[in-house]
Design a binder for this molecule. Structure first.
Ligand code: FES
Ligand SMILES: [Fe+2]
Length: 379
């Protein structure tokens, strides 16, 4: 049931009984800055988080950066063709080394050089060289050149970040002892790896800043009870009654059946539907029913009250046809419709009136989402 805030500040946690699907995560978890601080560790420092797409870094030394909470990684292609990640933090005195580099405009480097005192690292993270000032006593009158200690390249190398892939999607994990990605992704990994995702090129990125908590938008993405009233153009092509929302441990899938069958040639997957995957905590894969391509969303928190939606589109070629352009425009329209909804909802969440929301039967996907948040906070 709905629980209005009685001012006591004590709102019962979501029921540990998964059958009680009407309990939402208490509203204050969407608005409290301390919760965002906690999520940096317990959510974004614990689970696998999407970093980017391997097709954007095809050659040795190609790299991009990705910021997750307070941490930034450099994701790069090494000499063996492997994709690996390091903290963008110098082993000398901790300077950030490379500038912000989105995967859509990747860099290329033979080595990573820290601009502060010019320590330089190989693509495997080992310290490759230091300037002469680190090899000679120099200005230190108490030391002879021969007493200067040599630096072990490995012990003074960059700090690795666990990196794994699902097809072309690269994920990173900041935990010291992460659960395997295959465990977090389970059936999602198998489903996505059965598709030729790596054969498609990055074609378009649209970044938006939205005034609401990242989980508020995640919840909006995970249900379609709002579609009839708010996405009238889109809903025309969908048979909502035949659609299904499927819930799994760390991901849920929104299967939308098209009212009219679309040409089989028009999509990467061969089900007669669109499939939208939400992968905890903040990544979605969008398999459209009416386009031969796919999309991804990163729902990137900035703080408790703002996030960035990073929408990427992948098609057979980076040069879009007129139909594909039109498709991206329609997708953008849907995003804008949703931004309006979640910003309005967030103003309501901030009013302090509602202690805990009431979820309906088609919001069981949200319930799973909120449960995962609760589990992460309690861990
Ligand atoms: S902090 Fe990077 S070289 Fe000194
Ligand atoms: Fe929507």
């Amino acid at each position: 049931m709905t629980r209005w805030n009685d001012g006591s500040d004590r709102v019962e946690a979501v029921s540990p009984d998964i059958t009680e699907e009407t309990n939402a995560l208490p509203t204050r978890y969407f608005t409290d800055p301390d919760v965002w601080e906690m999520e940096k560790e317990k959510v974004f420092g614990t689970y696998w988080v999407y970093a980017g797409h391997v097709n954007c870094i095809p050659d040795t030394g190609d790299f991009f950066t990705r910021t997750v909470g307070d941490r930034q990684v450099i994701v790069l292609r090494d000499h063996d063709g492997e994709v690996r990640s390091f903290y963008n933090v110098c082993a000398h005195r901790g300077s950030e080394m490379v500038e912000d580099t989105p995967m859509t405009d990747p860099g290329n480097a033979r080595r990573i050089k820290c601009p502060y005192h010019l320590w330089t690292y190989d693509l495997d993270g080992d310290l490759a060289s230091t300037p002469r000032s680190f090899e000679h006593a120099g200005m230190n009158a108490d030391l002879e050149d021969e007493d200067v200690r040599e630096l072990d390249p490995e012990a003074n190398g960059l700090r690795d970040v666990a990196t794994e892939r699902i097809g072309p999607f690269v994920f990173v994990n900041f935990d010291d002892d992460p659960l395997p990605l295959a465990e977090q992704a389970a059936g999602l990994k198998e489903e996505l790896e059965a598709l030729p995702l790596g054969e498609y090129e990055h074609a378009r990125r649209i970044v938006s800043e939205v005034e609401c908590n990242w989980k508020t938008f995640g919840g909006n993405y995970s249900e379609c009870d709002h579609c009839q009233a708010n996405h009238q153009d889109w809903i025309e092509g969908i048979s909502l009654n035949e659609s299904e929302l499927e819930v799994n441990d760390y991901y849920w899938v929104l299967h939308y059946t098209h009212a009219e069958d679309v040409d089989d040639e028009l999509r990467i997957h061969d089900e007669h539907e669109a499939k939208f995957y939400y992968f905890w905590p903040n990544f979605t894969v969008n398999m459209y029913g009416t386009a031969d391509g796919y999309g991804t969303y990163i729902i990137d928190p900035i703080d408790e009250g703002r996030f960035q939606l990073v929408a990427d589109y992948f098609f057979e070629s980076a040069e879009l046809s007129e139909e594909e352009e039109e498709f991206v425009r329609t997708s953008r329209q849907l995003q804008e419709e949703d931004f309006e909804l979640v910003e309005r909802q967030y103003r309501g969440q901030n009013a302090g009136a509602l202690g805990q929301a009431q979820l309906g039967p088609n919001e069981h996907t949200l319930h799973r989402f909120h449960r995962l948040a609760q589990e992460a906070y309690d861990a």
